[in-house]
Design a protein around this ligand. Structure first.
Ligand code: 2HA
Ligand code: ZN
Length: 273
């Protein structure tokens, strides 16, 4: 089977297109990755090419040795992923040591996977373990209001989470654990990957101050849906902040506890105080 004819490739490209249309990807901003199932790898094996050399990942992900991932390419515009998937994306194979990768499909006009390769792979390693393999998608975007929030809300997991939870009732239902935040760091390397992966031990989303958002999910719909929900809540938060720094009323601690009870959620109560 051709990669371009598979459901996973189409799902990946549709997610990219939807995210582009939501305005989360100026120029080449943002990047995505998907961990293929063994069945998916077998189904496209004839369409893969194993001649390219291995290159350094820039970090180590031993639990991912031998696995295959679909990635957006470095410098590629998300705007073109749907129409030019083979030119803008690739499938990579991780070597037996978990320190190198090689491109086995795609990037037909040259290139390499996203500069955030270390963060994506370290996140995959954590989430695969934490979810018993359920999570397969790591999604990174540059949504306006999430970024704006990081200039006016203290950069702690509790403050960012509480601001998001309070801005839209369904937020604690969608992310009862909350979200993590890391302070501004230079991107594209191992250091930010290590800090992000530490947060992914506790949360399914991590805000990068003044930069953007990383989400982890089991499928494409939930990955973009999660980012959409966080960004919409941030939009409401920023609109309220733009007119006043004093809320007349809000969703209270008691309200959150009632919601948790009604929806059978284990809400992160540390963030309610
Ligand atoms: O430009 O989003 O974080 C791609 C990025 C880097
Ligand atoms: Zn980015």
């Amino acid at each position: 089977m051709k990669v371009l004819d598979t459901q996973f490739c189409n799902g990946f490209a549709t997610m990219a297109n939807d995210s582009w249309n939501l305005g989360y990807h100026e120029r080449n901003g943002g990047n995505f990755s998907y961990r293929l199932t063994d069945e998916e790898v077998d189904s496209v094996r004839d369409d893969l090419n194993f001649d390219r050399p291995f290159a350094e990942i820039g970090t180590e992900v031993p639990d991912l040795a031998g696995m295959f991932f679909m990635f957006t390419g470095s410098g590629k515009f998300i705007r073109w992923v749907k129409e030019k998937t083979a030119e803008t994306c690739c499938i990579i194979e991780i070597d037996e040591t978990g320190t190198k990768y090689r491109i086995v499909w795609g990037l037909t006009e040259g290139g390499r996977p996203t500069s955030e390769l270390p963060t994506h792979l370290m996140n995959h390693q954590v989430k695969m373990r934490k979810t018993n393999g359920a999570h397969r998608v790591i999604f990174h975007c540059h949504p306006t209001n999430v970024i704006a929030m990081t200039f006016v809300v203290p950069l702690t997991d509790a403050e960012i989470t509480r601001a998001l939870w309070e801005s839209m009732t369904e937020c604690p239902v969608i992310f009862p654990d909350g979200v993590g935040v890391i302070p501004w760091m230079s991107c594209g390397g191992r250091a930010i990957a290590v800090e992000t992966a530490k947060k992914m031990e506790h949360y399914d989303a991590v805000v990068w101050a003044h930069h953007g958002l990383f989400c982890s999910a089991d499928n494409f719909d939930n990955a973009i849906g999660f980012a959409h929900c966080v960004e919409k809540s941030a939009d409401i938060y920023m609109k309220v902040r733009a007119v006043t720094d004093h809320k007349l009323q809000t969703i209270t601690k008691e309200n959150f506890l009632e919601l948790a009870k009604d929806f059978g959620l284990t809400i992160n109560e540390a963030f309610l105080n």
